[in-house]
Ligand binder design. Structure first.
Ligand SMILES: Nc1ncnc2c1ncn2[C@@H]1O[C@H](COP(=O)(O)OP(=O)(O)OP(=O)(O)O)[C@@H](O)[C@H]1O
Ligand SMILES: Nc1nc2c(ncn2[C@@H]2O[C@H](COP(=O)(O)O)[C@@H](O)[C@H]2O)c(=O)[nH]1
Length: 238
């Protein structure tokens, strides 16, 4: 019996390069929450970013971020040490390039979780090699509720993040896939399908299994081309 596309994708075959999957979207939309569930049990390289922001209570240097001074960050940027980097509400964030190239070379899938400006830089730099997934909130009201509920930012910073979110959401069509994070389980299933379908796309379709075809069909439902301008506008105005 064919298994569901939500099954964990098989890892790459010998000689294959890993997939570079970039998850982007507004702060507070649930990228981190989705990523933990999506990647649980998978041998995937999650890129730990550098940032100049202060650690939050409970965050661990080297696990959640590499926390650095502005001078350290800018020095690495000048040396070309980032795949991408951007400023976000007063702080710098960047993706170190070396560990990513190494992981892709050994055939491991790589996942980045970054804001939209940085994701655009990855798209420009890596072209079709980068699989870009935009995570959409069900509404701005719900995004505000999530940011407030997380209680990691001051009210002033929440407003700044929401203002940025309005602009970021307008860019959704620039990315290959758009997944709405209303129901967590469904959204995780769609992420798994995208990963599975993109891996299958490295092989000729004549070698696809039933499971590959099911994953492709589900991934096609979340192509950004399937998102209407009206639906996107409804989110921005809600
Ligand atoms: N589908 C969902 N339904 C309800 N709440 C959710 C959902 N997904 C995430 N959340 C909640 O929203 C809040 C923000 O989620 P999370 O920290 O994962 O967002 P993020 O996009 O990673 O944020 P940032 O970009 O700032 O790191 C958390 O409190 C999380 O529990
Ligand atoms: N362009 C990049 N954006 C990044 C990176 N690492 C995280 N982020 C994004 O920044 C905002 C704010 O993060 P927070 O931890 O302060 O809430 C959020 O959208 C992150 O996804 C990165 O390396 N580059």
């Amino acid at each position: 019996m064919a298994s569901a596309p939500q099954d964990r994708p098989a890892s790459s075959l010998p000689g294959e390069r890993g997939l570079l999957i970039v998850m982007t979207g507004a702060s507070g939309v649930g990228k981190g929450t989705l990523r933990e569930r999506w990647l649980a049990g998978q041998d995937v390289f999650y890129s730990t970013s550098w940032t100049t922001r202060e650690p939050r209570p409970g965050e661990v240097n080297g696990r959640d971020y590499v926390f650095v001074s502005p001078a350290e960050f800018l020095a690495k940027a000048q040396q070309g040490g980032f795949l991408e980097h951007a400023q976000f509400v007063g702080n710098h964030y960047g993706t170190p390039i070396e560990p990513i190239e190494a992981a892709l070379d050994r055939g491991q899938d790589v996942v980045l979780e970054i804001e939209v400006e940085g994701a655009m830089q990855v798209k420009d730099r890596m072209g079709e090699r980068a699989i870009l997934v935009f995570i959409m909130p069900p509404s701005l009201t719900e995004l505000r509720r999530r940011l407030t509920g997380r209680a990691t930012e001051t009210p002033e910073r929440i407003e700044k993040r929401l203002a940025r979110a309005r602009d970021e959401i307008q860019e959704a069509h620039a990315f290959r896939y758009v997944i709405v994070n209303d129901d967590l389980d469904r959204a995780v299933g769609e992420l798994l399908a995208v990963q599975h379908a993109e891996r299958a796309a490295q092989r000729s379709a004549e070698h696809w299994t039933e499971q590959d075809r099911e994953a492709r069909a589900l991934a096609d439902t979340v192509r950004s081309t399937a998102l209407s301008r009206e639906a996107l506008q409804r989110v921005v105005e809600s």
